[in-house]
Design a protein around this ligand. Structure first.
Ligand code: NDP
Length: 390
């Protein structure tokens, strides 16, 4: 059983060298008789999520109470998609497909499977349960609809807009009739084009590699990675956000001279709703550009997670003067909405009105690098790790 194990606590930015890949050759593929409700699962997909960086650090933080950290030598765990291989739990049986918290390993023995959910809808790619139909999807839904209450015609700004959460926030806001602009951070965040939609996906990675994935889903799929310079065919994130994900406009925040000026250009009349994924300088500039009674859903502050000292905000007075509502939230606040969320999103997926871009790293051993890449924006869309084919 190959496993991704924590070797060193992360200090600052998490690094590949904080992990080692180990093989446990003693693992049995049966739930031990001593376990009254354990399940053994074979992992297919693992989800790379920014919150994992907190669990990899040793130092105390205000999030301590909400998460339990990984200990040195332990296998990393997080959201994933798996198949039940053996079960002593009344709710699960052999062959069930599940999503929820599992280990970064080929097989996981889950003693208390309270955070595993049975997958009922298998007419969509299973990898979507790490993103679109999983935790990031519910985050986008809860944050936008419960916190921001968007109305037709409102101006919405989304940061980290091409990521797991952001790409859905933008599409949900568009479905509501809002005007949506997104920001993303690399010119190479380019067309994740599907040429023959179901059969051949050409994915141009930020590192200049081209990944050709052939899908004869659900029968088989395989990928070929070709390394060559694709600078002539890369396009900026505007193309991905506008032409594939349906945003009204988009900009590469790293190429802007000033964020305030950029926001004024895209929102000459101001922003009604800001879906905050990054924090720092972006949040400060947004505060200046909010309209009266605007709403800000503070989903995440990824630009601040690995800093020794978080950046200061200078424009907080805007919250007062413009009567803004700024509300932080955690996806766990909205677990009860998951069935309602599925009712909205499944028909939209089937009608191809929602698109979801995934960045699939092949092989458990490439998991650490994929996770590390979130913090430099190497992922194009939802970062997933493929452990084994279905
Ligand atoms: P993404 O798929 O968006 O990946 C992270 C992206 O963040 C990167 O691709 C990069 O995109 C951007 N980024 C990384 N570092 C920086 C930086 N220093 N400054 C600006 N942007 C940066 O991740 P998710 O969609 O999974 O998560 C998005 C946010 O939502 C995170 O802050 C996360 O913590 C939060 N979150 C909160 C939840 C909650 O319950 N409140 C639940 C899930 C996620 P780019 O190229 O655009 O820079």
């Amino acid at each position: 059983n190959k496993q991704v194990v924590l070797k060193n606590y992360a200090t600052g930015f998490v690094k590949d060298s904080d992990f080692i890949i180990k093989t446990d050759s003693t693992m049995s593929l049966k739930v031990p008789e001593s376990s009254s409700k354990g399940v053994l699962v074979k992992n297919f997909y693992l989800s790379c999520d920014p919150y994992l960086s907190f669990l990899l650090q040793k130092s105390d933080s205000s999030l301590e109470a909400q998460f339990s950290r990984f200990s040195l030598g332990s296998t990393i765990n997080g959201f994933g998609v798996a198949k039940v291989v053996d079960s002593r739990h009344p709710k699960f049986e052999k062959g069930d497909l599940v999503w929820g918290i599992t280990g970064w390993e080929e097989y996981s023995l889950i003693a208390e499977p309270d955070s595993l959910f049975k997958i009922e809808h298998t007419d969509v790619p299973l990898s979507h349960y790490t993103g679109l139909l999983g935790m990031p999807g519910l985050t986008a839904y809860g944050g936008l609809f419960e916190v921001c209450n968007p109305k037709k015609g409102e101006k919405v700004f989304v940061s980290a807009a091409s990521g797991a959460v952001g790409q859905l926030v933008g599409q949900f806001a568009k479905l509501t009739g809002c005007h949506v602009v997104g920001s993303a951070g690399s010119r190479e965040k380019c067309t994740h084009g599907s040429v023959l939609q179901k059969f051949l996906v050409i994915h141009v990675r930020a590192d200049g590699h081209v990944l050709l994935s052939f899908h004869v889903w659900p029968l088989a799929s395989f990928s070929v990675e070709i390394a060559f310079s694709i600078s002539s065919i890369t396009q900026d994130p505007v193309d991905l956000l506008k032409n594939k994900l349906g945003f009204d406009d988009a900009f590469n925040y790293k190429e802007e001279q000033g964020l305030d000026a950029a926001l004024k250009r895209y929102f000459p009349e101001g922003i009604d709703i800001y879906f905050e994924n990054v924090g720092g300088k972006m949040l400060d500039a947004v505060l200046l550009n909010m309209r009266m009674h605007g709403r800000i859903a503070v989903c995440g502050l990824i630009s601040q997670y690995n800093l020794e000292k978080p950046e200061g905000l200078y424009n907080v007075a805007s919250i007062l003067f413009k009567r803004l509502r700024v509300e932080g939230f955690a996806v766990f606040d909205y677990l009860h909405l998951y069935p309602k969320f599925l009712d909205l999103v499944l028909p939209q997926i089937r009608a191809k009105k929602i698109t979801y871009v995934e960045d699939i790293a092949e092989g458990l051993e490439n998991g650490p690098a994929a996770l590390v890449g979130l913090f430099s924006g190497r992922n194009v869309g939802k970062q997933v790790v493929l452990v084994a084919r279905e």
